[in-house]
Design a binder for this molecule. Structure first.
Ligand SMILES: Cc1cc2nc3c(=O)[nH]c(=O)nc-3n(C[C@H](O)[C@H](O)[C@H](O)COP(=O)(O)O)c2cc1C
Length: 226
């Protein structure tokens, strides 16, 4: 395993030098400066569903917008990010301003007193969806989601599975009834994307906009041209 703080290791907390204040390389000019401080904190969960690229691009884009990210990755999320993108847990952690071990239920994001703009689980497995839908906070990711719901903050679940069984559908309904936004990362083709990156970025931009992040810029639909 590569040297450096591991996501699952006890005491894995903030990246060295990271804070919610301005970061080197972060655009702190127009975008960040005009964002309400509350809106600058985003909790990001990555689980073992396919589509780790959504979580990765979300973290990268949040950084360019000056949004402070708190990341928690499940063990299956680490496995899939490595399988799909060749990224290990340290590489994932480096994309966030703060990273937390999935077993660290004492981390700041486990408490509602730690104010955040929103939480996004990208991608969200059916297992984690089930835990969230049933209030089962057995790890830091599901606890943070539970807290987000109880504080009536935005929770976006980028659920990914196909086809869906009745448990999946019922759990999506339950999560929606509690206030979560079920947001399957289904690509839209009406902007005629040329690359997978474009497809992913379209979704990420819409997610950030739904989280209330200032300067997120989803492509507007201008109507069908004849
Ligand atoms: C390559 C791979 C792809 C997977 N894709 C999905 C998926 O798209 N959706 C899903 O719900 N589970 C998927 N799984 C299974 C989950 O990783 C598994 O249920 C795991 O226990 C989820 O745990 P977590 O929610 O704690 O990350 C996949 C597993 C592997 C190894």
């Amino acid at each position: 395993m590569a040297a450096g703080p591991a996501l699952d290791s006890p005491g894995a907390r903030a990246s060295p030098g990271a804070s919610d204040a301005a970061q080197p390389g972060v655009d702190t000019t127009s975008a960040a400066a005009s964002i309400n401080p509350r809106l600058q904190r985003l909790v990001v969960g990555i689980t073992g569903a396919s589509g780790a690229v959504y979580g990765v691009r979300l973290l990268e884009r949040a950084r360019t917008l000056g949004v402070a990210t708190h990341l928690v990755v499940t063990p299956a999320g680490v496995l899939n990010a490595h399988h799909e993108l060749g990224l290990d847990r340290n590489a994932l952690a480096a994309l966030a301003d703060h990273h937390h071990a999935v077993g660290d239920v004492g981390a700041c994001i486990a408490s509602g007193s730690f104010d955040t703009a929103a939480m996004v689980v990208a991608p969200c497995s059916m297992k984690t969806l089930a835990a969230i839908a049933h209030g089962f906070g057995d790890n830091l990711l599901t606890r943070a989601a539970d807290v987000t719901l109880k504080e009536r903050r935005r929770l976006l679940l980028l659920v990914r599975e196909t086809p869906l069984n009745l448990a999946h559908l019922r759990n999506m309904t339950a999560a929606t009834e509690m206030g979560a936004i079920v947001f399957p990362p289904l690509p839209a083709f009406y902007h005629r994307p040329q690359t997978i990156a474009e497809l992913v970025d379209d979704t990420v931009e819409r997610v950030l906009a739904l989280c209330g992040i200032a300067h997120a810029a989803p492509k507007p639909w201008a109507g069908v041209r004849s």
